[in-house]
Ligand binder design. Structure first.
Ligand code: GTP
Ligand code: SPV
Ligand code: MN
Length: 580
């Protein structure tokens, strides 16, 4: 394998700091994956699952204090604090390296350092980007095999010797007291120590493809977003591509592979978590999925809620922190109506109903995208797919209607910037707390969020026909706490209305926050949803919005002069429309 001297030099420096016994350059081959699995089965990092029911599949149990992203330990390290902005944790680069350096120094003593060259994006795409990460975790290497394109293909896509994002990862002692996830966007560098889980440790995902890439995208004139990508096919076979931003554990994987309850309509999966979007020479917005696999939430994945998701994890899957049946099958809450007898919980302890969840609420599966039955035939097209609509969705029990459409691009950017959501188990901390999460990027924007809104506005000006922008909320509840909308496969009814709107049909009614489906415009054929329930799901209340806008105004204030004036204007305009 040929490597650039810049990459070799950086790997040498990482080894000098961490002092591994040996350095192995990964080639991404099946033999390498099988060897890693064998090693991990021997040392207990992986447990085998039943080879009859779950061939080539394994269970990993992470440290009980290392089960989700830890945002309070995640920092954007820019020379100027202002460039990280008020919504990011910030540390000066030198301080960050001094602190993390202490945990990393000699941290790989006696162990193997794996060097993983990886490509984010399809082979042959000018939108794809390269990373080179080092790690002392075999589980991370195996996961990177599934989530990215590892090996020579990565190095072949470097446009110059230094055209890669460098990532240094070490498990450390897995204690949150000695854990730091550091992004240095100005150096295209990542340091992560003290965690072996998910977005903290699989550096290609959130650290590279969102935090570093978003900053790089601003400089280079594209967008790196926390978005799924789908093709929605109508009964005539015409496919409309949409991308949707939703916060962690708020429905991206499920929508990305939804099985339509409307006859003749179907959803094709292009990506389930991250979209990189460029404006092409003709002014068309195009998206690629930088990832190669899915790292999806296990709980509530079932043949009823997500048949494609259930089918794709039947073989060749790594499960993390799910429960285990006596016959060696994985289990999680919602997979079957009743839990099987004699389960072991996610920590391997005997489990009885009533003891809390058997699978960790943020337990996950890692699997190649190609195993998804609904994977789009063109999902690896180097040119990406043309995007006609963008969706911002969040998890709100109250206030936010099921669906509405922005008046125009600027208004849509405002709606995205105004998003708030209830927190989930995907991050450590309290679940169900409402927080601001603009465009589902709060934990992932690698630069000042005010500048980010400005970059979105500027991108719209470069697109010949800006995609329609929609806002959705599958999670509004009734007075008894039940979901007002059935969700999952029935969400395709909402997608159908969006496609109709994009084509200039699709009837809508104007409200102060945007267009909602007119009475009868949502296809509810075959669905038993009483009219008052639908009205409640779509309701837009001036008093509720008044309070929300007060809170939003306060949120915006912290950006000072970095907030684009157009965003403030849209807020004022919303007040005027409501008459509040
Ligand atoms: P990340 O991988 O963390 O970015 O999450 P995600 O956005 O891909 O979320 P995912 O699709 O995995 O859904 C997370 C949780 O939301 C699961 O428990 C789902 O069952 C639930 N969920 C997803 N879609 C719907 C829906 O339409 N309605 C309801 N009520 N719940 C849903
Ligand atoms: C998320 O939290 O948005 C995820 C899971 O997709 S992780 O990769 O752990 O960030
Ligand atoms: Mn995510």
């Amino acid at each position: 394998m040929t490597t650039s001297s810049v990459a070799e030099k950086w790997v040498d420096e990482a080894a000098a700091l961490t002092q591994p016994a040996r350095v192995i350059w990964c080639d991404g081959s099946k033999g390498e994956y099988d060897g890693l699995v064998e090693t991990m089965l021997r040392d207990g990092t992986l447990l085998p699952l039943n080879p009859r029911t779950n061939p080539n599949s394994y269970l990993h149990r992470s440290h009980p204090q290392d089960v989700a992203r830890t945002e309070q330990l995640t920092f954007i390290c820019t020379g100027e604090r202002e460039d990280a902005g008020p919504t990011n944790n910030w540390m000066a680069p030198a301080d960050a390296k001094a602190r993390a350096g202490e945990y990393l120094r000699g941290g790989m003593w006696g162990r193997t350092m794996y060097v993983i060259p990886y490509l984010m994006g399809p082979a042959g795409s000018t939108m794809s980007r390269v990373g080179i990460m080092v790690t002392d975790s075999a589980y991370v290497v195996a996961s990177m095999h599934l989530m990215t394109r590892v090996g020579p293909v990565a190095l072949q896509h470097m446009r110059s010797d230094d055209d890669f994002v460098a990532g240094l990862h070490s498990l450390g002692d897995l204690s949150p007291d000695r854990r730091l996830i550091l992004q240095f966007p100005e150096e295209r560098l990542i340091w992560s120590v003290g965690s072996g889980y998910g977005g903290n440790a699989l550096l290609g995902k959130k650290c590279h493809a969102l935090r570093i890439a978003s900053a790089q995208a601003r400089q280079e004139g594209w967008l790196a977003e926390h978005m799924l990508i789908i093709g929605v096919e109508d009964p005539d076979g015409r496919v409309t591509y949409l991308a949707a931003a939703m916060p962690s554990a708020s429905g991206k994987t499920n929508l990305a592979m939804a099985v339509s309850t409307l006859p003749g309509w179907r959803v094709w999966t292009v990506g389930d978590d991250i979209a990189w979007m460029h404006v092409d020479a003709a002014g068309q917005l195009r998206a690629i999925n930088p990832e190669r696999g899915f790292f999806g939430v296990a709980p509530n994945t079932s043949p009823k809620t997500n048949p494609n998701g259930t089918a794709m994890v039947r073989s060749d899957t790594i499960f993390t922190n799910v429960a285990l049946t006596p016959s060696g099958e994985p289990w999680w809450e919602g997979l079957t109506p009743q839990p099987p007898a004699e389960l072991q919980d996610w920590q391997g302890r005997p489990w009885q109903p009533g003891q809390g969840p058997a699978a960790h609420p943020n337990s996950r599966f890692t699997v190649l995208a190609q195993q998804c039955p609904s994977i789009s035939p063109n999902w690896e097209d180097p040119l990406g797919v043309p995007i006609s609509g963008l969706i911002f969705g969040s998890r709100r029990s109250q206030v936010i209607p099921l669906v509405f459409e922005a008046f125009d691009w600027t208004h849509g950017v405002f709606l995205g910037s105004a998003m708030s959501t209830e927190t989930t188990a995907a991050i450590t901390g309290k679940v169900g707390v409402v927080r601001r999460d603009p465009m589902a990027m709060l934990p992932f924007c690698g630069y000042n969020m005010g500048d980010y809104f400005g970059h979105w506005l500027a991108t719209g000006a470069r697109v010949a026909r800006p995609p329609r922008i929609f806002r959705v909320n599958w999670f509004r509840r009734d007075a008894d706490g039940g979901f007002l909308w059935p969700g999952y496969g029935d969400n395709v009814r909402v997608l159908k209305w969006m496609v109709e709107r994009i084509r200039g049909a699709g009837r809508a009614e104007e409200t102060p926050v945007g267009y909602v489906p007119a009475s009868g415009a949502l296809d509810l054929g075959g669905l038993d949803l009483p009219a008052p329930r639908l009205r409640e799901a779509l309701r837009c209340d001036a008093r509720e919005w008044g309070l929300a806008l007060d809170d939003l105004e306060e949120f915006y204030r912290q950006f000072g002069s970095r907030l684009p004036p157009q965003i403030d204007e849209k807020l004022a305009e919303t007040r005027r429309r409501f008459g509040i």
